[in-house]
Design a protein around this ligand. Structure first.
Ligand code: GLA
Length: 408
């Protein structure tokens, strides 16, 4: 890195840190982590208006909308090109009625529509991106009624100065468009976006490469749920109303049906996780205050998946208005304990069994969890309330328990 750009990068990091560490959100968008569904992995280059309408119908009917899921995000491969006025247009075969029509449809179902572009000439999939057309594209998105933009970083230079400049250019353009549009920054956590993404106008920022549909990949690029989880350690303090670490899509209910999410290194195929692992990932994303954005097939959702996605207690923990991230307070023998402060003085505790075999646990609430006052404790999955000075139980491999402590 040249000295000049090093100094600029350092200055950006410091000033952005000051901005990010202030509590006041820049606007009233994303005061809690965004919730929704994204077309990547399941539909990829097949995404179409009919498929998106089907998702909107499903989310309005299956309880997801009413549980808080709001955004339907069209990911890569929707773009057809630019017209003679340089305006983006969608692929005419897959989106014959245009995006405005689709946004009206989605809004008519009480949901919001998100779209995707890239801070370069071409997206990751190789279709037209937004570089040098930021204002025009933001204006177009606003006119179509778009509510959320995921902005990717394929085909763009590696340095943080360029990333910040390009992301801020689109952030400013979105603001100038006059429409409230949630701005999701997606440079895969490679340039520590938790330090500067808010200053670029972002409401959430990816912290990792793409998630695969596997519990643990033992690979630093093809990431499993456990690899992604470990990358969240130490960055929780950058979470708060208006700005969120985004550990990527939840694989819940995908069962190996996604395309990229099933691809591992050296031609290896991932066939998906089991329901215990999906439930644990959902609970982890909830305690981390991560955006809950799923990518499963909603036309064919089984009861186990439904119970995970509609779990009221977990959603309440995720959407708690204080916006704190759960932190790891204990780590031993394959067990890991997370603690998240909630806005009403309550505390959520998650106990995770990362190991390959069932494990028993026993923790003193005062000594090990630092919870002294008389509490009533709710076991979220058992749906039972009790009082105790010790938390005891057994966890299956990759399972977890979640407890909410309320002061009595
Ligand atoms: C990148 C992103 C993914 C997805 C694809 C689309 O890999 O990280 O989330 O948007 O591009 O091509």
């Amino acid at each position: 890195m040249k000295l000049q750009s090093f100094l600029l990068a350092a200055a950006l990091s410091v000033s952005a840190f000051l901005v990010q560490s202030k509590d006041a959100p820049a606007d009233s968008l994303a005061l809690t982590p965004p919730m929704g569904w994204n077309s990547w992995n399941l539909f990829e280059d097949r995404v179409s208006e009919d498929l998106i309408k089907g998702v909107a119908d499903a989310m309005a009917a299956n309880g997801m909308r009413d549980a808080g899921y709001q955004y339907i995000i069209i990911d890569d491969y929707w773009v057809g090109g630019r017209d003679s006025h340089n305006r983006l247009f969608p692929d005419p075969k897959r989106f014959p009625s245009g995006i405005k029509h689709l946004a009206d449809y989605v809004h008519g179902k009480g949901l919001k529509l998100g779209i995707y572009s890239d801070a370069a000439e071409l997206t990751c999939g190789g279709v037209t991106g937004s570089l040098n057309f930021e204002e025009l594209d933001a204006q177009t998105f606003a006119e179509w009624g778009i509510d959320y933009l995921k902005y990717d970083y394929c085909n763009a230079p590696d340095d943080v100065t360029t990333a910040f400049t390009r992301y801020k250019k689109m952030g400013d353009a979105l603001k100038k468009s006059g429409r409230p549009i949630v701005y999701a920054i997606c440079e895969w956590g490679q340039r520590k976006p938790w330090l500067w993404a808010k200053a670029a106008g972002g409401h959430l920022w990816r912290t990792t490469f793409d998630s695969r549909d596997v519990w643990q990949s033992n690979h630093s690029w093809f990431m499993g749920i456990m690899e992604i989880l470990d990358l969240q350690e130490g960055i929780g303090r950058y979470n708060g109303p208006g700005g969120w670490n985004d550990p990527d899509l939840l694989m819940v209910g995908l069962y190996g049906k996604g395309k990229s999410s099933s691809m591992g290194p050296d031609g290896k195929k991932y066939s998906g996780c089991n329901d215990t692992e999906y439930r644990t990932s959902f609970a982890l994303w909830s305690i981390l205050s991560a955006p809950i954005i799923v990518n499963l097939d909603l036309s064919n959702m089984n009861e186990a998946t439904k119970n995970i996605l509609l779990n009221k207690d977990l959603i309440a923990i995720n959407q708690d208005k204080l916006g704190r991230s759960g932190e790891v307070i204990l780590k031993k023998d394959g067990l890991q304990v997370f603690r998240k402060e909630l806005s009403n003085g309550n505390v959520a505790i998650l106990i995770l069994n990362r190991s390959e075999k069932a494990k028993e646990f026993s923790y003193s609430t005062a000594k090990e969890l630092n919870l002294y006052a008389p509490y009533s404790i709710k076991d979220v999955f058992a749906g039972k309330e009790f009082k105790a000075k010790e938390l005891k139980g057994k966890l299956e491999a990759h399972g977890c328990k979640v407890y909410v402590f309320s002061k009595k």
